[in-house]
Design a protein around this ligand. Structure first.
Ligand code: SAH
Ligand code: SF4
Ligand code: F3S
Length: 443
C-alpha cells in the first residue's frame, strides 16, 4: 500500500509554497496525502521562527506527535517525523535534543531531499545547507488544482532588519531564473489557475537576466510581471512582500499600465518613527515612506495599501508610538497586521536592554489595532452598493454558495446554481459581515 504523508504549515506564504512543493514531491514519488496526522506514515511540521509564540508551537505539537509515534511503534508500525522550515534552520540539533522522536530536521532550502531520505535507514539527521538552486531544479511539476497559486520567485533576504530572523533562516537573497518561473506558471495555468502571487521576503529587489536578441537583459520585478502577464489564461498577478526602499518607478508604471497587476500593495513600514526605523535598520525614514505612498497614490489612484507594524521595539517612546499612529492616519490602510516585538535569538535587537514593559506594549498593540480595524472597516464599507470584479476561487460553506476575492483581497460570497470557479464576475456588493462581503452577480 502507498505510504501516506501529512503536512502542517506554520508561518508565512513562503512556507505555504514550500508545503505545496513538498506535496508535489511526495505525490510524484508515490506517497498519498492525508489530512489526519494519526493516519500518516510521514508527518511533516513546516515551521516558522519569526516570533517566539510561532516557534514554540512546534514543541507542543511535537509532544503530541511523539506519543502517536510511540503507539504506532508498539503496534509494529513505523512513522517518520520531519521538522522543516525556519525553526529547523535556526535550531537544528536542539530540536532532536529536545525530542528524540524527530527523524529529520530539514531547513527551507533542503526539502527536495525528503523522498531520498525516506528510502534510507539512517535517522536523527540534520540538513541545513543553503541549496536554493539545487532545490528549485529538483521540484517536479504540480498536479494541485487551485484558482490562485503562490510562486516563490526569490529566496532569502539581505536587508538584515535588526529584529528579524529571516536572513538567518532563509539565507542570502537568491532570485530564480525567469524561464523557470515562466514554466512553473504555465504548469499552474494548465491545472486551472488564473491568479498567481509572486513571493519573496524582499520581492521588490528581484533581479534576473534573460537573453533577448542575443543580448543579456536585466529583468526586475516589473519586467517579470510584464513577461508573465502575456501568458494566456493568467488573469491576475500579485506580489508579496515589498520593501519601501526598493519601490522603483518601473514598478509604479507596471501598476499603472498592466491590467493584470492588482492595485494592492503590501508595503510593511513596521514603525512611523524615523528614530525607531533607523534603530531597526529599515533604510528609510517616515517621510520617505509617506512620499513613496503619495507618489503611488498620484500615479495609480485606485491603489490600496496594507502594512505590518511592530509595537514595543526596544527604546520605543510614547512619542515614537504617536508617530506610528500619525503615519497610519496619513496613509489610510486597507488592512494590516500588527505584532508585539518579540526578541529573537541571534538578532542584533535581542541584545538590547531597553525592553518596553509588557503592559505598555499590550496597550499600544490594542490602540494600533483599533485604528487599523477602523480604517479597514471604512475601506470595506466604501464598496457597499458598488460593482466590483471578483475572481471566484471556491465553494462556500452553504449550498450553491461560492467564494471569491476582489482586487483588494476582500472575500465575497455569492449564490449561484452554475459552477463559477475560475471566473471573474462583476458583483454588486450588498452587505458586509465582519470582514467578508455578500453580493449578487451583475455580469
Ligand atoms: N520581509 C517582510 C516581512 C517579514 S516577516 C518585510 O520586510 O517587512 C513578517 C512580519 O513579521 C514583519 O513585517 C514584522 O512586522 C513581523 N516581525 C518580524 N520579526 C519580528 C519580531 N522579532 N517581533 C515581532 N514581529 C516581527
Ligand atoms: Fe526580515 Fe527585514 Fe528581510 Fe523583511 S526585509 S525579511 S523584515 S530582514
Ligand atoms: Fe516564518 Fe520563515 Fe516565513 S520565519 S514568516 S516561515 S520566512
Amino acid at each position: 500500500m502507498n505510504q501516506s504523508f501529512f503536512i502542517k504549515t506554520y508561518g508565512c506564504q513562503m512556507n505555504d509554497y514550500d508545503s505545496n512543493k513538498m506535496e508535489d514531491l511526495l505525490t510524484f514519488n508515490g506517497f498519498s496525502k492525508v489530512s489526519n496526522v494519526e493516519k500518516s506514515d510521514v508527518a511533516i511540521l513546516n515551521t516558522c521562527h519569526i516570533r517566539k509564540k510561532a516557534s514554540e508551537k512546534l514543541y507542543s505539537d511535537l509532544g503530541r506527535l511523539s506519543v502517536f509515534k510511540e503507539n504506532k511503534n508498539k503496534l509494529g508500525k513505523k512513522m517518520h517525523i520531519i521538522v522543516t522550515g525556519c525553526v529547523a534552520q535556526a535550531e537544528g540539533n536542539e530540536i532532536i535534543r529536545r525530542n528524540k522522536s524527530v527523524d529529520y530536521v530539514i531547513g527551507p532550502q533542503n526539502f527536495h531531499i525528503i523522498p531520498k531520505l525516506l528510502k534510507k535507514k539512517k535517522t536523527n539527521q540534520i540538513f541545513t545547507e543553503f541549496l536554493c538552486e539545487e532545490k528549485f531544479k529538483s521540484l517536479p511539476s504540480s498536479n494541485i488544482k487551485n484558482v490562485s497559486r503562490l510562486v516563490t520567485i526569490q529566496e532569502g533576504c539581505d536587508k538584515f532588519c535588526t529584529f528579524c530572523v529571516v536572513p538567518y533562516t532563509r539565507g542570502a537573497e537568491y532570485s530564480r531564473q525567469v524561464e523557470d518561473i515562466y514554466a512553473e506558471v504555465l504548469n499552474y495555468i494548465k491545472n486551472g489557475t488564473s491568479e498567481i502571487t509572486l513571493l519573496g521576503q524582499n520581492v521588490s529587489s528581484y533581479k534576473s537576466i534573460i537573453i533577448e536578441k542575443s543580448k543579456k537583459k536585466e529583468v526586475n520585478l516589473s519586467g517579470l510581471m510584464n513577461i508573465l502577464s502575456k501568458i494566456p489564461g493568467l488573469k491576475r498577478i500579485r506580489y508579496l512582500t515589498s520593501h519601501p526602499s526598493d519601490i522603483s518607478d518601473d514598478l509604479i508604471s507596471e501598476h499603472k499600465n498592466n491590467k493584470s497587476v492588482m492595485p494592492f500593495l503590501h508595503l510593511p513600514v513596521q514603525s512611523g518613527s524615523s528614530k525607531i526605523l533607523k534603530l531597526m535598520n529599515r533604510k528609510h525614514t517616515k517621510e520617505e515612506y509617506l512620499s513613496i505612498i503619495s507618489k503611488i497614490k498620484k500615479n495609480v489612484p485606485k491603489m490600496a495599501f496594507s502594512s505590518d507594524f511592530i509595537v514595543g521595539y526596544p527604546g520605543e517612546s510614547n512619542n515614537d508610538f504617536e508617530e506610528t499612529l500619525d503615519l497610519i492616519e496619513k496613509v489610510d490602510f486597507a488592512s494590516s497586521y500588527s505584532f508585539k516585538y518579540s526578541p529573537r535569538p541571534g538578532t542584533p535587537a535581542s541584545t538590547k536592554k531597553n525592553y518596553i514593559n509588557d503592559q505598555i506594549s499590550n496597550l499600544r498593540l490594542k490602540k494600533i489595532q483599533e485604528l487599523l480595524n477602523k480604517q479597514q472597516k471604512t475601506f470595506n464599507t466604501s464598496f457597499i452598493d458598488k460593482n466590483i470584479d471578483v475572481l471566484i476561487s471556491g465553494r462556500g460553506k452553504k449550498e450553491n454558495q461560492y467564494v471569491g476575492r476582489t482586487p483588494y483581497l476582500q472575500p465575497v460570497h455569492i449564490v449561484s446554481s452554475r459552477n463559477l470557479i475560475g471566473k471573474i464576475l462583476k458583483i454588486k456588493i450588498e452587505s458586509l459581515t465582519s470582514f467578508s462581503f455578500h453580493g449578487k452577480i451583475i455580469a
